[in-house]
Design a protein around this ligand. Structure first.
Ligand code: NAD
Ligand code: ZN
Length: 346
């Protein structure tokens, strides 16, 4: 089969590799029908994620058709249309039993496109298929469901739920890429008073308005902290969500948050950021961070199937399966191309 293979920082190729097979009785092999690219894949390609080594097939998001299942798979059968979760979960370890699938110690966690071969391929082996795939509901498209492989639960769980967004809150979201937009969409479910989107790219700020931000700030021209303070009688945001993954935006979130508020870090940071612990301590700021667990995927699938969230609007560019070089280029140059999610379909 053909797959997108990582060959060290900045190097990737669509090349011929062996087709995956069922290796354990809890595996499924899924034919990839629709696949997309994540901001984390861009971090990997820069060399920020040391665990990803030469020869790894990239990608951790897909919707596909089950081709083969191991003898121990009960919930999924050949021919089923499934969402492949970015987090693989054994379903039985201490963490999985608490819904902390990202921390699975039974062989799961974030492994696809990271520690084992991923989804940017014609076929993918999905370990623990019973807990790592979700049936696609009737009446929704593969593209919509694909947005729940990673970005939907990430913005919702790691941004909105960790940030404890409540009705009437002022929520600042730094970074309006697909993950930040998911956080905006998720925050809107809780009727915030204001959602302030902060991004250096005007195209992304336009998208943020479509997703429900009522104030947009480009920090290359405006002072985000001053704007949020004006809005909040000088206090700051109840919740500041970091959805970029660089030190300055984490530090900006610490400046944006009000005393007693929460900074919810979502970004994957390739290096350390500064924590002014005395300032954060005296302000009683709660800081949360973490890898997505995808425990909210069933909730988000229900919200999608009942038209409470609109995921189709994430998809801005479409390619045929295999056109990864152009698709990555379009996604990486989002400020110029206006890309949110690029989708490749077989
Ligand atoms: P993306 O690259 O598409 O979006 C990032 C956005 O940040 C862009 O719109 C960019 O213009 C903006 N930006 C860059 N520098 C900025 C700055 N100084 N100030 C304001 N805005 C700035 O990425 P994405 O797919 O939306 O992902 C966002 C982050 O979330 C990434 O770090 C990604 O790795 C991470 N992520 C985390 C998890 C998790 O489990 N916690 C899961 C998936 C993705
Ligand atoms: Zn991702």
């Amino acid at each position: 089969m053909q797959a997108l293979v990582y060959h060290g920082p900045g190097r990737k190729a669509w090349e011929t590799v062996p087709k995956p097979i069922v290796e354990h009785d809890t595996d499924a092999v899924v034919k990839v029908d629709t696949v997309t690219i994540c901001g984390t894949d861009l971090h990997i390609l820069k060399g920020d994620v040391a665990a990803v080594t030469d020869g790894r097939i990239l990608g951790h998001e897909a919707v596909g058709t089950v081709e083969t299942v191991g003898s121990g798979v009960k919930n999924v059968k050949v021919g089923d249309r499934v969402l492949v979760s970015c987090i693989t979960a054994c379903g039985a370890c201490r963490y999985c039993r608490e819904g902390s699938y990202g921390q699975c110690i039974g062989g799961g966690g974030w492994i696809l496109g990271h520690k084992i071969d991923g989804t940017q391929a014609e076929y993918v082996r999905v370990p623990f298929a019973d807990t790592s795939t979700y049936a696609v509901p009737e009446g929704v498209t593969d593209e919509e469901v694909l947005m729940l492989a990673d970005i939907g639960p990430t913005g919702y769980e790691v941004g909105v739920l960790n940030g404890r967004v409540r009705p009437g809150d002022v929520v600042a979201v730094v970074g309006a890429g697909p993950v930040g937009l998911s956080a905006i969409m998720g925050a809107k479910l809780f009727s915030p008073a204001h959602v302030v989107a902060i991004d250096l790219a005007d195209a992304r700020l336009e998208a943020a308005k479509q997703f429900g931000a009522d104030i947009t700030v480009n920090p290359s021209r405006e002072d985000a902290v001053a704007i949020v303070r004006d809005l909040t009688q000088g206090l700051g945001a109840d919740v500041a969500i970091e959805a970029v993954g660089v030190a300055p935006t984490f530090e900006q979130c610490a400046a944006l948050v009000r005393p007693g508020g929460t900074v919810a870090n979502v970004g994957v940071h390739g290096g350390p950021a500064t924590l002014h612990l005395e300032e954060l301590w005296i302000k009683n700021v709660t800081i949360t961070t973490g890898l997505v667990d995808t425990y909210s995927t069933p909730t988000l699938l229900r919200l999608l199937a009942t038209h409470h969230i609109d995921l189709a609007r994430f998809v801005t560019h479409r390619f045929a399966m295999g056109e990864f070089i152009d698709a990555y280029d379009t996604f990486a140059r989002a400020a110029d191309t206006g890309a949110l999610k690029v989708v490749l379909t077989s």
